[in-house]
Write a protein that binds this ligand. Structure first.
Ligand SMILES: *[C@@H]1O[C@H](CO)[C@@H](O)[C@H](O)[C@H]1NC(C)=O
Ligand SMILES: *[C@@H]1O[C@H](CO)[C@@H](O)[C@H](O)[C@H]1NC(C)=O
Ligand SMILES: *[C@@H]1O[C@H](CO)[C@@H](O)[C@H](O)[C@H]1NC(C)=O
Ligand SMILES: *[C@@H]1O[C@H](CO)[C@@H](O)[C@H](O)[C@H]1NC(C)=O
Length: 182
């Protein structure tokens, strides 16, 4: 086998094993963390601020902004253990109107406050367009056990919405920079 061919074989093997959730070197595994996000829209225990209006007038969304501090719990039930807080901001960054163009940028931290990752955090960044289906955002880093981590998360709104609350399923897929951190 030529060097080029064998390099290609190695690259393909790494790609295949990454797709299966296992990176090539060091046994560095994609970590799956499954939690439920609980949101409260208003009242004394609200976890979200209403969007601040756009500076461009009542019919514009561009520049409107909200802040949230949602709860990540182990279960669907509000009484299930609290593991992390999902704190961040969301800003309407699309200047054009219309459902496909009203991009919203979220910048957030997942602050683990219990369990095996207590004291560590993930940093998230990413847009989303519309509130339908499963949303995906990037994990662009972290600290503590997640120092220099990368990955993504999937968030799916569940059919448990009350006028004042919502529950979503949230799946993090995290590749720690060094498995010895975990
Ligand atoms: C808010 O949370 C506190 C502490 O958990 C609780 O005692 C109180 O009943 C909650 N209030 C509402 C309106 O849910
Ligand atoms: C906002 O839209 C409404 C309905 O289309 C219109 O009547 C109103 O004049 C608009 N307001 C501004 C400030 O553009
Ligand atoms: C999480 O870590 C903090 C700081 O080390 C500690 O005070 C707290 O008791 C821990 N919480 C849990 C639930 O382990
Ligand atoms: C959500 O649940 C309600 C009542 O439990 C039901 O009527 C409705 O069809 C459900 N919607 C979806 C999209 O599953």
């Amino acid at each position: 086998m030529s060097t080029i061919t064998s390099l290609l074989v190695v690259l393909l093997a790494v790609a295949a094993s990454s797709a299966a959730g296992v990176a090539g070197d060091g046994g560095n595994k994609l970590k799956h963390i499954h939690l439920y996000m609980h949101e409260t829209f208003w009242g004394e225990n609200a976890t979200e601020g209403a969007m601040l209006p756009s500076p461009f007038g009542p019919n514009a969304t561009f520049g409107s902004m909200g802040v949230f501090d949602n709860e990540l719990r182990t279960g669907l039930n509000r009484d299930s253990p609290l593991v992390a807080r999902y704190q961040g901001i969301i800003v309407a960054t699309g200047v054009a109107e219309g459902p496909a163009l009203e991009g919203r940028l979220t910048v957030a931290s997942i602050l683990f406050i219990a369990g095996e990752y207590n004291g560590s955090a993930l940093s998230l960044e990413g847009p989303f367009v519309g509130f339908q289906g499963t949303m995906e955002r990037s994990i662009v880093g972290g600290n503590g056990k997640f120092r220099m981590a990368r990955g993504y998360y999937l968030l799916k709104l569940l059919n448990l919405t009350s006028p004042n609350s919502a529950v979503s399923e949230i799946d993090f897929y995290v590749l720690p920079a060094d498995p010895s951190y975990l």
